[in-house]
Design a protein around this ligand. Structure first.
Ligand code: HEC
Length: 247
């Protein structure tokens, strides 16, 4: 069976799915660009140091370098808090004098249980040592990791297996199919495995970026190629020779 020989309505159904996957990939790329750049709209190139910070810094530091950067009065404030965390995040004089001072000036107007700000975050108060210390562990916590990893693995596996199967029944040469299908799955495991490893070795942020890009390229290439195969006559160099297809 080849997807090119399906009837019109089956082709319509598959095309709807493949176009939706392409749109999903486009929104994922947009989101990644927005999360890891200084901008809040349009398409952005993610900054490597932001990605590294997200996966290896503590939530406190990575928020101050990332989405909460607009509220940080001085860049030096981030260094002060990073220094306190590197020294073990203890409930000492440095915490009371320096860290709480910065959090009080920059953050507590929203991050307090009784904040009246319209976009406040009362569920994440920074009012005491106990409040703050939970956000000082580097990288994802075990809970955060397990939560994000299982959603990603299950979610991506479901559409990746469908895209892989549609690709497998396309008319392309076998090496093209094998390459793209293998790349899709291996990149997925590498990407998510590296989230965890980046917690300990921040250079794994490069593997995250590379594997994530390979994943997106493989999914888009398979979806795009399958769409073409459904509706367009393709150049013979891409196609498996006809006598083998019949077998
Ligand atoms: C104007 C209100 C406001 C101020 C000021 C503010 N925050 Fe936030 N913060 C929020 C809101 C709302 C969220 C949840 C939504 C989000 O992540 O954007 C949040 C989320 C966070 C998170 C969780 C981020 C994540 O990725 O889950 C951290 C950590 C944080 N803020 C730290 C800080 C620090 C440190 C400061 C001070 C430098 C600060 N915030 C200042 C409103 C604020």
């Amino acid at each position: 069976m080849r997807i090119a020989t399906l009837n019109f309505s089956a082709k319509l159904g598959l095309s709807g799915f493949l176009i939706t996957v392409l749109l999903g990939a486009l929104s994922a790329v947009t989101l990644i660009g927005l999360l890891y750049s200084q901008h809040d709209r349009g398409f952005n190139i993610p900054a490597m140091d932001r990605i590294q910070s997200h996966y290896s810094d503590s939530p406190l530091i990575s928020a101050m370098k990332g989405p909460m950067y607009q509220y940080v009065t001085e860049d030096g404030d981030i260094d002060v808090i990073a220094k306190w965390i590197a020294a073990g995040a203890k409930n000492d004089a440095f915490f009371k004098d320096e860290v709480m001072y910065i959090l009080g000036e920059d953050c507590q107007k929203c991050h307090s249980r009784r904040s009246q700000m319209s976009n406040a975050m009362p569920s994440m108060p920074f009012s005491s040592y106990e409040d703050v210390v939970q956000y000082t562990e580097g990288g994802y916590s075990w809970t955060q990791m397990a939560r994000t990893a299982h959603i990603h693995l299950f979610g991506i596996a479901v559409f990746l297996v469908l895209v892989s199967l549609i690709m497998a029944y396309s008319s392309y040469r076998p090496w093209i199919k094998t390459l793209l299908i293998t790349a899709g799955w291996i990149a997925l495991w590498l990407d998510i495995g590296s989230w965890w490893l980046a917690k300990f070795y921040s250079s794994f942020a490069f593997v995250i970026s590379l594997a994530g890009s390979v994943e997106i390229v493989a999914v888009c290439a398979m979806s795009g190629l399958c769409l073409l195969n459904l509706w367009v006559r393709l150049p013979a160099v891409l196609l498996e020779p006809v006598e083998q297809q019949a077998a």
